[in-house]
Structures are given as C-alpha cells and as structure tokens.
Design a binder for this molecule. Sequence first.
Ligand SMILES: [Zn+2]
Length: 307
Amino acid sequence: MSLQKITDRTFYLPGANNLGVIATGDGGAIAIDTGIDKDTGRQLRKALDAAGLTLRAIINTHHHADHIGGNAYLLRNTPGVQISAPPLEAGLIEHPILEPIYLNLGARPISALRNRWLMAQGAPVHQLIGDIDHIQNGVSMHVEIAGVSLDLLPLPGHSPAQIGIVCDGVCFATDSYFGTAVLVKHSIPYAHDIAAQLASIERLATRDEAWFLPGHGQLSPRSEMNELLEANRAAVQRSSDLVLQTLTEPGDVAAITARVLRALGHALPGIPQYVIFAGAVMAHLSYLEQQGAARVELTTEGVLWRR
Ligand SMILES: [Zn+2]
C-alpha cells in the first residue's frame, strides 16, 4: 500500500483505518494516527520511506486501540519521533489497559478483553495539544507540530476529547463521522457522549475544507459531505429512538442491550464487540437521561432504566 496524495502537503494511507500524513516541507512527515498494531506501523513506515519522507511526529486523534496501535513500533524504529495527543486521551494512550478496564466496569479486564482490538501497546505522549475545556466546548485552536502550523478541530463525542486536524484544505476528521458502509455494518455508531457527537457533526457541517478523511470510510470532497453527515446524524438519531423504544418496560443495561440487538436482528461475534455495543447503548441511555426522556433508579431488581 502506498501513500495517496490529497494535496501537495497532505497524504493518506488507506486501510481499515485511514492514516493521515502531512509533509513538513523539509523531508519530514507528521502521521495522524498509527493503526491497530505494529503491522500497520510498519506499513506506514514503508509507505513514508517509499515517498522519501522521514517520520518526525505522530498525532493521535483519540485513544482507541485501532488509532494508536502502531505508536510503540514507530517510536522504537524511528529515532526522535514525538507523539502528540489531546489531554485526557493522552492518559489512555500511555496506559492502554484503561480501555479494557472501563469496558469491564472498572474491574481488572477479563481475558476476552485483553486483545489488540481493545488494548494496544502503550507509548509515551511527549506533547499535550489543545486545551481540554476548549476541546469539550468546541473551540478550535492552532498548534505547532514538527515546525508546521496546524488547526486543531475539536471533535469530542466518539471519545471524550477526540480532535481532528486541518491542514492545506484537508480535514482529517478521524471517527467524528463514518463512511456509509461502516454505518450500515455497526447500526449504532460508537460514541461516548451522544450530545457531543451530534455537536461535532454540526461543527463539521460548517467546515469548508476541500477534502474530508474519516478514520473508517472513503476520502470525500466537500460536495459529498452534506449527504454523508446527514446519514451520520440520522444513524445517531435512529439509535436514540430505538433505545427509547425498548424502554416500554423497565430494564437494566444488559436487558436493554439485548432488546436493541433483537430489534436490529443483530448478532455479535464475541465479547469485545458486545462490550463496545453495550457501551454505545449506555451512551444513548445517558443522553436520554440528559434530555429528560429516560430516568434510572436503583431497585431490588438492580439499576433499572425507564421512560
Ligand atoms: Zn475510535
């Protein structure tokens, strides 16, 4: 796989997770995310070599294992590389065990959750970029990385402090929206905070960059974005409506997750996929509570959600 050129200074390595590349102009390169493991790290390194670029810096947009898994390999194999990430995400990037811990109700992760999909190899974050309040309030910022001035676009929601990067008319939008095929496959687009996810979609809708690259999906020109963002908005709204519909009788998160899966006719292949799906259902319950559409209480039957 070779680097695909977007503009004179921007490129990407297409894959299950698209990786962004920004040329520094003096032979260097900044990578935006590193893929799921050392193999994606190696593919990125080879693609940079073939393009005559030397990796100088890595920006991690958020902490999910499929975005940071190549960090450790690239740090080991490219001298002087610096990793930058937003606050909060950085702690999870440095300590990847935290992802299976939170997916396991805070307990020591069960063996099914200790895999490369949920737990990458850790690596130090050398530079925190962006201010956590600005990111969570949607305020854009400038950052300088490897001598290049970049716009940092707050895109929280999918993850608590996710950021996008804007350079040269290209918006590296990471998991703030998904390509159509990914939306169809996952039914409920994964998120941590639904209100923030919707606000980030609206923030993207106001952007006028020429190109947009999602973490999972195709590179799109601006002319395709209204339709894509509308499909994402609709998928999030449909998910919330579906979770609300399952609250015809009270239930705990496990019962509601089972009802949602039944309604979708969706079977999950394993425990990792289940805990991620249940996490997304929980995000919608939390959103419905925030909207005043659902409430939760402790009963002798457990923690039950109702309309
Ligand atoms: Zn993600």
